[in-house]
Design a protein around this ligand. Sequence first.
Ligand code: G1P
Length: 289
Amino acid sequence: LIRRVRNAVLPVAGLGTPVMPGAQTTPKTLLHVVDRPILSYVVEEARAAGIEHFVFIVGRGQGAIEDYFDHNPEVEGALEAKGKTEILADVRRDLPRPGEMSFIRQMAPLGLGHAVWCARDVIGDEPFAVMLPDMLMVAERPALAQCVEAYGEVGGNIVAVEPAPKGETHKYGIVALDGQDGRLNRMTGMVEKPPLGTEPSNLFISGRYILQPEIFHILETQERGAGGEIQLTDGMAALMKRQDFHALEYEGTTYDCGDKIGLLRANVAFALRRPDLADEARAAIQALL
Ligand code: G1P
């Protein structure tokens, strides 16, 4: 039975230690890539995959995220009065329709598995997407849409993966496959942050998932794993004993905005992709080299 994926869970509560001190007062998912917060791109990707409702798992001091996705009468009023209609449209581009977004406080930084579990009452008994919003994905066909498409083919649970840079598998969740034929393959296992040399493949879990609601029962009692955190990867590994999991090596490029250089790379890459900025951006970057 394949049910439509209507909801996406976005765990945004992480402290953002690698992008301090800026992340003290600006939640890391609101840091800019060119002129928009990281979250703006992720929400756009979700909409392109048919997502209708967004469940943000937030932490203390992250009220700015809710504010970003609400009207700002002062800014909108001023732009309107000055006739700046283009900027006004751009400001309003990310606004949801009322009721399309829920915000849940995680209340304790216990890990990604715990964050996802916090969404259980809002999601209910439906398959749902999880999007790790540090990861910006650029693709002809948006990454989550590729996952939803794969889900339509094989059902069950889908985990987006991509090859890890050499020597970096220990930083991620890594999957084991039942042979490799094309981009969509059945998984036989997964492990969170395996010590180097023990990784079952070089494919890392890159931050887009389609999951069945049974994961919530497992996360309810999931014990702490790597790093002392309740890991989503461990919960999925447990669910895999009863349900199918497929890994999708999606077509596209990922920018990990969770650290300084990744955020810088994303800014350069996205500026170079913007038709209105590309020429100036290229000249400015070249002048620095
Ligand atoms: C999380 C997940 C991990 C995944 C990674 C992608 O880890 O637990 O499986 O590979 O995101 O960025 P974190 O980066 O929160 O340590």
